[in-house]
Design a protein around this ligand. Structure first.
Ligand SMILES: Nc1ncnc2c1ncn2[C@@H]1O[C@H](COP(=O)(O)OP(=O)(O)OP(=O)(O)O)[C@@H](O)[C@H]1O
Ligand SMILES: NC(=[NH2+])NCCC[C@H](N)C(=O)O
Length: 379
């Protein structure tokens, strides 16, 4: 939890541009911070962006600061300190952290989102021409399934480490109530995690529909308190439209189906995001776009992915990674982030989510996947 304990309802609506840094003098927190910083400095094989950008100068500047809600640098970095194999290593415990700790967040954002500098402003939301996307694999030779997701935070609520159990439950009630009014292709049922049998839960995870449990990166960030309270999943009967409630973000809005029909998948996600957004106000910042718990998800918050088999390219995993990176794509394992590939299936998605529109982010994925397939065919 944030070092000063549970806070009253916070504005995740934030970021009017002014920093509200306060002084933090709690000796226990200062001691943990010093210890964590030493641990990072000593970890010579740690490759995280936290390690790269938490220089002694930045550390000294930020270690005595806190947000109005009491979130400290420790709340920001503790996941990356505990998990030295993190790729990123930081989370924003509340929206104001992106400003108060900007000397750390900005270079991480610039690095991850490929050149989104501290002076850049994320463009207005634009889903673009929904009819312009193709089936990336019409013959069904390579692509097993396609998924597009976005993340949303509810205005008026902080992020995980600052939420109390009552807030989790209130948010869950609000969101599930709204979801029950969806119609047509989006119509479905909300299943709270509380009371779900372990068998059903595991089957949903194995089938790629539900978030995993016990993510050590989220746990170390204090993002799993009161679990499973307030957490759950909504899905339509076909499990092609899904909403995750209160996992890493307040909401993850997901569309997925077998095959490579990116257009259909994207249109369904856009329809769902619009329906929900018309009824629930989301947190958005002028500069950062839609606000999320992890800086990798800011901006469009879009991750468009395929599960794909590219046996020739993937014979050399380093080559697959390098080729994908040329097209700003990221390669994950079959069960998502921090997992390995099974049966030659990779999850390949757009990496950057900031400094471009939703349309451009999905186009980047579409074009990149078409290129990878072309290369595979030529080998
Ligand atoms: N194209 C896809 N087809 C089927 N399942 C997919 C596809 N892309 C991702 N998944 C599944 O979605 C689940 C969640 O994956 P993962 O956690 O990596 O990504 P995410 O939900 O986008 O969020 P985050 O990036 O925050 O981790 C996993 O089970 C993963 O296998
Ligand atoms: N789901 C995410 N937010 N993924 C990105 C980062 C995950 C983890 N904190 C790491 O640094 O490796």
């Amino acid at each position: 939890m944030p070092t000063s304990g549970n806070m009253p309802g916070c504005g995740a609506s934030m970021c009017k541009g002014k920093k509200k840094a306060l002084k933090m003098e709690d000796p226990a927190v200062v001691a943990k911070l010093e210890e964590g910083f030493q641990k990072l400095q000593a970890a010579s094989d740690c490759r995280s962006l936290l390690k790269k950008y938490l220089t002694p100068e930045v550390f000294d500047k930020l270690k005595g600061q806190k947000t109005a809600l009491g979130a400290t640098l420790l709340d920001v970095i503790q996941s990356g300190v505990e998990n030295l194999d993190s790729g990123i290593g930081v989370y924003a415990p509340d929206a104001d952290s992106y400003l108060v700790f900007e000397d750390l967040f900005n270079p991480i954002i610039e690095d991850y989102h490929v050149g989104f500098t501290k002076d850049d402003k994320h463009p207005a939301s634009d889903f673009g021409d929904l009819s312009s996307f193709v089936n990336v694999d019409p013959e069904g030779e390579f692509v097993i399934s396609t998924r597009v997701r976005c993340g949303r935070s509810l205005q008026g609520y902080p992020f995980n480490p600052c939420l109390n159990e009552e807030q989790y439950k209130t948010m869950e009630a609000k969101v599930s109530g709204l979801l029950s009014s969806l119609t047509g292709d989006l119509k479905g049922t909300y299943y709270p995690l509380t009371g779900m049998t372990k068998e059903v839960q595991q089957q949903l995870i194995d089938d790629h529909f539900l978030f995993k449990e016990g993510d050590r990166f989220l746990q170390a960030a204090n993002a799993c308190r009161y679990w499973p309270s307030g957490r759950g999943i909504y899905h339509n009967d076909d499990k092609t439209f899904l909403v995750w409630v209160n996992e890493e973000d307040h909401l993850r809005i997901i569309s997925m189906q077998q095959g490579g029909d990116l257009g259909t998948v994207y249109r369904r996600m856009v329809a769902g995001a619009n329906e929900i957004g018309n009824k629930l106000p989301f947190s958005r910042s002028e500069r950062l776009g839609y606000l999320t718990f992890c800086p990798t998800n800011l901006g469009t918050t879009i991750r468009a992915s395929v599960h794909i088999k590219l046996p020739k390219l993937a014979a050399d995993k380093a080559k697959l990674d390098a080729t994908a990176a040329k097209f700003n794509l990221q390669v994950r394992g079959t069960h998502g982030e921090h997992s390995d590939s099974e049966g030659g299936v990779y999850d390949i998605s757009n990496k950057r989510r900031m400094g471009l529109t939703e349309f451009q982010a999905v186009k980047e994925m579409e074009q990149g996947i078409l290129e990878l397939i072309k290369i595979e065919k030529s080998m």
